[in-house]
Design a protein around this ligand. Structure first.
Ligand SMILES: [Zn+2]
Length: 413
């Protein structure tokens, strides 16, 4: 006897309950897997609203000689007979015309979406708190996408994804999205990926680069981001990180930011939290950028940061594009990043996750020596932390000088 597992989704069940007293035939929507051994019932309708996307005929082949016809697409199919409840379904499978198999043993399972989080809804991870959090992720590359997935699987329900990049073939071996998504915006592909796993998440996607040069850009991002609980800056682009830093600080937004990026062929990466409410040193303090805000002199900065600057951001384009690091090298850092984000989102609660006491961390996927011949060796697969790296006296937000940092008025002329 042939066996069929029938998975009943809530959407199907509620539709069924609405019409179950009316004796009619409906079209079924859902999925059939593995030669009718698994069937997902998702919806039902009287009118056909999903169908094969079409047929292709090359050349002028007479209709009667066409091998593929619309009818050929319709077989095999199955026919379910139900009474006024779903507990006793009878299934017939039609492989082709006149070939009916009624000898089917049906095993019904109901999808209960309330059970999705049942094993992590513990004191360790206060779900009710995470459910209310809204996270903006700027950069939907392999790191940003995986971060989004982990946060959604941890219970975060509201997201904004910002990226103008399209999914390309070379992305696939690191990115969570697959070949079926080539050419799509990464934001939209990741949204679909997550929604297929975690229902009831609210994801807004923005297919733009995070840039503030015009008043319109600024207004757009201000209305978009002013109420988020965390910004994850994971574009891997220095200028974007500067813009995020300036945006939050110059508007005195109380939004923590976590910057994350990899360096030197993904030999390692960094995690850097800035919480304006805690008066933390900022991205600008660490990476003073001459010329942008007048004549800033780079101050003597700690060796560790000197190292990081040398191996991460002073790269040629060619070096940046070549990243022999494996996807798992990016994922290693992203898992730590996800934990860092959860710790920030759960600030003020008694959670049982790892607490990150410092603001700046570096992670090394391999054991490396410093490039400045100071012979400092970093062991691979260890998280290094740095205590207060200090504010920069030339930082426009934390220094002693004041700078004209907002050029919006000039552009309005
Ligand atoms: Zn600063």
């Amino acid at each position: 006897m042939r066996k069929m597992k029938v998975i009943i989704y809530p959407s199907f069940e509620s539709q069924f309950n609405e019409v179950k007293t009316q004796k009619r035939t409906y079209l079924l929507y859902g999925r059939i897997y593995d030669d009718f051994t698994v069937c997902h019932l998702i919806g039902m309708s009287l009118s056909k609203n999903t169908h094969p996307i079409g047929l292709l005929t090359i050349g002028s082949i007479p209709t009667e000689e066409r091998i593929i016809t619309r009818e050929a697409l319709e077989y095999p199919y199955f026919h379910i007979t139900a009474e006024e409840d779903l507990s006793n379904l009878k299934v017939d499978i039609y492989q082709k015309k006149g070939d009916r198999d009624s000898n089917i043993e049906v095993d019904i399972e109901y999808v209960d979406l309330n059970r999705l989080f049942v094993r992590i809804d513990q004191k360790e991870t206060p779900l009710k708190v995470l459910n209310q959090k809204k996270v903006a992720i700027i950069g939907m590359g392999s790191g940003g996408a995986l971060l989004a997935l982990y946060l959604a699987k941890s219970g975060v329900k509201k997201f904004i994804f910002i990226d103008d990049d399209l999914l390309e073939t070379h992305n696939i071996i690191r990115h969570i999205c697959d070949l079926a998504n080539l050419g799509r915006f990464k934001t939209k592909a990741v949204k679909d990926y997550i929604e297929a796993r975690i229902p009831n998440v609210k994801i807004r996607t923005v297919e733009r680069k995070f840039e503030l040069q015009t008043r319109a850009n600024f207004d757009f991002f201000f209305s978009l981001l002013n109420d988020v609980d965390l910004i994850a800056a994971v574009s891997g682009e220095h200028n974007v990180n500067y813009a995020i830093n300036d945006f939050v600080h110059s508007n005195q937004l109380a939004i923590p930011i976590i910057y994350a990026g990899t360096f030197d062929g993904v030999k390692g990466g960094l995690l850097f939290k800035v919480d304006p409410q805690k008066d933390d040193y900022c991205y600008h303090c660490l990476y003073s950028k001459p010329n942008d805000y007048g004549s800033i002199q780079t101050k003597a900065i700690p060796t560790t940061v000197e190292l990081e600057r040398k191996i991460s951001y002073d790269r040629t384009l060619q070096e940046q594009l070549a990243q022999p690091g494996l996807g798992l090298d990016v994922d290693n850092l992203t898992i730590l990043l996800s934990k860092f984000c959860l710790d920030v989102l759960l600030t003020g609660t008694e959670h049982g996750l790892y607490h990150f006491p410092y603001n700046f961390y570096m992670w090394f996927n391999r054991t490396i020596m410093t490039v400045d011949k100071s012979s400092v060796k970093y062991e691979g697969l260890e998280l290094y932390y740095y205590e207060d790296l200090g504010k920069d006296q030339n930082c426009p937000f934390h220094g002693t000088q004041t700078f004209h940092i907002n050029n919006q008025e000039e552009e309005e002329e």
